[in-house]
Design a protein around this ligand. Sequence first.
Ligand SMILES: [Zn+2]
Length: 264
Amino acid sequence: MRIAAAIALALTLSPAHAEGNKDTYTFQRTVGEPLQAAPARRDPVQLYVEANVTETLYHELAHALIDVLDLPVYGPEEFAADTFAIVLMNRLHDDATVQRMAGDVARNYWLFAEGAGRHRDDLALWDVHAPDLQRYYNFACLMYGADTEERAELVDLFDLPEPRARTCDDEYELAARSWNAVIDGLSTDAPGNTIRLDWVLDEDDHLTTFVRSEVARLNTEMVLPRTVNVSVIPCGESNAFYDPDMLEIQICTELGEELARTAR
Ligand SMILES: [Zn+2]
């Protein structure tokens, strides 16, 4: 699950209001601007929501796979779920789409990190998730590492320090080898219908329509041993969850609303 408090804090921020330190300036000048690959005719607010909901849905799907496949996880599960989301984004989407989504997801992590504060006491280092700034750099590194030649500009765009950038190629290779072996095993009998849109608040709203399309995309790629439901429902907080008792991924409608406000 994601950190609701961090999302709430991020809500209060926008690049225009952020403090004027070097990192913020670099971010606004680079990551905060739409990538050149961004389609010109789509609403940037919807694209921002879609990119971050995609990453969130894939992250929660990792929890579901770890559960229903009884997968071994050698390290914190939340790190593994973040990594899975990046590998799956690269597997299911073309390069231009991945790079555009990467800019929006990175921006969201950055805004969370800004909201979380800079002092070590401000950071929830006890949390199962990595601090948002670490999640930002891990995300940036793996997105660059997925194709260091075609995505060389991401090093500057994401302000990725050179010592970290050096290892991203190998880091992504290990991540892709690990998770693609699992996904390959699920793809043999694909397409299927084992990921099922269940409860929704509004059949026709943008968030539900988008999640429905992503569920369809996932079903073209993998068949799970048990049906996993996906619901798009109010949760009382801006978040997303995987519920192992219900075998259900819950995408909170509040998350879509909050992402849209953040993007504006
Ligand atoms: Zn999680």
